[in-house]
Design a protein around this ligand. Structure first.
Ligand SMILES: [Fe+2]
Length: 511
C-alpha cells in the first residue's frame, strides 16, 4: 500500500502528477474545499470533490481518476501518519470519500488532497474519545443561500469544536428570488430582510440540479472554513429533497406522481452522499432505497444519538403543517411515527444501555410542544413537528423518564432559537421535567412566523427562551459538572463579515 512513489510524493504534491489530470483542466480542482465527518474513536471520513467548473456539473471528463491524500499530526503537514490514493469517477460526480482507520482516540489530525498540480486546502479533524472530560459541539441547520450570508460559520470555524452537528436544510430546493430588500407582513408582524444572493436555477428536481445546488452552497468561504475546521455529523431534513416530504410522499402529490417523487428523492439522496463526509449508503442506487443517517456518536460525557425524522415518518395529518387544523383523531394513532419502528427500537436500546452523563437526541424538529393559540380546547400546533406525532413522543418521554441520565434534545428546522423544558406530560408543566430541548436558530433562513411565536409565549410557560429574529447557531459544552448552551447570533445577516456574539447562555446542572 505504502509505495516508494507515494512516499516520495508525500514530500511534495507536485511530484505526483497524473498525465490525465493535466490534460483535463487547467482550472483549480478543489473549488469546493474539504471536509471530514462520521468521527469515531479511531476513524474518520475525509471528503473533497474535484470540480474545476463547480456550477455546471463539475467540469471533469467522464472516467476514473485517482486522488491522493495525506493525514498528518501537525498543521504544517510534516508528521505524516497516513497517505493513500482514492479512486472516483463521474458516477459520483468526482466526489472523494477516504475512510481513515487506525487513528488514536481524541486526537487532532490535519489532512490534504492532491490532484494534478493542485493541492486542496488543509483541513483539521478530530477523532472521538469517550474518556474525554468535556465535549464541545456546535449545532447548525437551515442555511437558505439567498436570505443571508454565513458569518455564523466563520464564528464556528474560529471556535473549532470537537464536532459540528448539522440537522438539515443544508440546501434549499427552491428557485430564484429577486435580489434586494424584502418587506413582508406575516401574522401581523412586518418582516424586513434582504435577498443578498441568488440560487443558480429554478426549483431543483434532477441529479444534475441537486449537484449544482450543493456546489453553489459549498462554494461559500465560511461554510468551507467550518467544514475544514471540525468533523461533521449530518442528517437531512426536508429541503434537501422537497418541502415537508415524508417517507415517499411529497408535500404536493398533485404536482408530482409517486414515481416522479421516488426518482427525485433518489437523486437528492445521491447528491447528499456525494457532498457529505459519510459512508456510502449500501442500497442508495436503488429506486426507493434508503440512506441511513441515524447513528450514535460518543463525545466524552455526551452520547449523541443523531436521528432521521424525515425518511421513515408517517405523513403529516390535521392540516399538514403550521399552524395545523384543530386536533383531529389521526393524532391518537399509535402507529404514526417520526422515526419508523426500527429507528425507534434502536434509540430506546441506546438510551437503556448508555452509561453517558448526557444523553443527547440530535434531530430535526422541535420536540417540546408549542401552542400558537392560548386555548387548550382548540389547540393550534405545528403538525410537521413532534406536536403532530404525540403518541410516539410520549413513548420517548417515558423512556427518557426511566433512569436516563440528563436527556438533552437538540432541534433545528424552525429557524427560531429556543430553550424549552419537556415535562413527563408535555402538555402539563406541573408534571416532572424530563428533558431540556434546545433549538438552534437558522444559519441564514428567515423565521417569518417569529411574531406568532412571540405572541404565544404566555401560553407556553415551559419555553424559557425564544428568539426567531436573529440568525446563528448553538454552541454546547458538555462538561464534567454541567451542560452549557450558548445561543450565538449574527449582528447582520446581510454582511458576510458580521460580528457574532452570545445572545443568551444557559447552564444545566443534573436533572
Ligand atoms: Fe429550514
Amino acid at each position: 500500500m505504502f509505495t516508494r512513489r507515494l512516499f516520495l510524493a508525500s514530500s511534495s504534491a507536485a511530484l505526483w502528477v497524473p498525465a490525465l489530470a493535466r490534460a483535463q483542466s487547467d482550472k483549480y480542482h478543489f473549488t469546493l474545499g474539504v471536509a471530514s465527518g462520521t468521527p469515531r474513536e479511531t476513524s474518520v471520513i475525509l471528503w473533497t470533490r474535484l470540480a474545476p467548473d463547480p456550477f455546471n456539473g463539475g467540469g471533469m471528463a467522464p472516467g476514473l481518476v485517482d486522488v491522493r491524500y495525506r493525514v498528518c499530526r501537525d498543521e504544517a503537514m510534516r508528521q505524516e501518519v497516513r497517505a493513500g490514493l482514492v479512486s472516483t469517477s463521474h458516477l459520483k460526480a468526482h466526489a472523494v470519500h477516504a475512510r481513515i482507520d487506525g487513528l488514536e482516540p481524541g486526537r487532532e489530525y490535519f489532512y490534504q488532497f492532491y490532484y494534478g498540480d493542485d493541492e486542496s486546502p488543509i483541513g483539521r479533524t478530530k477523532t472521538t474519545d469517550p474518556r474525554a472530560g468535556e465535549a464541545r459541539l456546535a449545532l447548525a441547520n437551515c442555511q437558505a443561500w439567498e436570505t443571508g450570508y454565513y458569518a455564523a460559520y466563520r464564528d464556528m470555524a474560529e471556535w473549532a469544536p470537537d464536532a459540528v452537528i448539522h440537522v438539515g436544510d443544508y440546501i434549499y430546493e427552491g428557485g430564484v428570488a429577486p435580489l434586494g430588500p424584502v418587506r413582508r407582513e406575516y401574522g401581523g408582524v412586518t418582516l424586513d430582510y434582504s435577498v443578498v444572493r441568488q440560487h443558480n436555477s429554478p426549483e431543483i428536481t434532477t441529479l444534475d440540479d441537486y449537484r449544482n445546488r450543493y456546489a453553489l452552497y459549498r462554494s461559500d468561504r465560511h461554510l468551507q472554513a467550518a467544514h475544514a475546521a471540525a468533523p461533521w455529523i449530518v442528517a437531512m431534513d426536508d429541503h434537501e429533497v422537497d418541502n415537508n416530504w415524508a417517507g415517499l410522499i411529497p408535500q404536493d402529490p398533485d404536482k408530482q406522481s409517486d414515481f416522479e417523487f421516488a426518482v427525485r428523492r433518489q437523486a437528492a439522496f445521491q447528491a447528499f452522499y456525494e457532498h457529505m463526509p459519510i459512508e456510502l449508503p449500501p442500497n442508495m442506487m436503488r429506486l426507493g432505497g434508503e440512506m441511513q443517517m441515524y447513528g450514535a456518536y460518543r463525545f466524552g460525557p455526551a452520547q449523541v444519538n443523531l436521528l432521521d425524522t424525515r425518511q421513515y415518518r408517517s405523513d403529516q395529518v390535521c392540516g399538514d403543517g403550521f399552524p395545523g387544523d384543530p386536533p383531529c383523531t389521526a393524532l391518537d394513532d399509535p402507529s404514526r411515527t417520526m422515526t419508523g419502528e426500527v429507528q425507534e427500537a434502536w434509540l430506546l436500546a441506546q438510551l437503556r444501555n448508555s452509561d453517558a452523563r448526557y444523553n443527547v437526541l440530535a434531530q430535526q424538529t422541535w420536540f417540546a410542544p408549542f401552542d400558537y393559540v392560548d386555548d387548550p380546547e382548540n389547540r393550534k400546533r405545528n403538525m410537521d413537528q413532534w406536536d403532530g406525532y404525540p403518541v410516539q413522543r410520549q413513548r420517548i418521554i417515558d423512556a427518557l423518564a426511566s433512569d436516563v441520565s440528563n436527556p438533552v434534545i437538540l432541534s433545528g428546522d424552525w429557524h427560531c432559537a429556543a430553550a424549552m423544558t419537556v415535562h413527563k406530560d408535555p402538555d402539563d408543566p406541573s408534571t416532572r421535567p424530563v428533558a431540556q430541548n434546545f433549538a438552534a436558530t437558522s444559519i441564514s433562513s428567515i423565521c417569518s412566523w417569529h411574531g406568532r411565536i412571540d405572541e404565544a409565549r404566555q401560553a407556553n410557560p415551559h419555553v424559557k427562551y425564544a428568539n426567531g429574529t436573529d440568525r446563528g447557531y448553538l454552541r454546547c459544552i458538555a462538561g464534567a459538572r454541567d451542560w452549557t448552551a450558548s445561543f450565538r447570533t449574527v449582528a447582520d445577516a446581510a454582511d458576510p463579515d458580521s460580528p457574532v456574539s452570545a445572545h443568551a447562555e444557559m447552564t444545566l446542572r443534573d436533572m
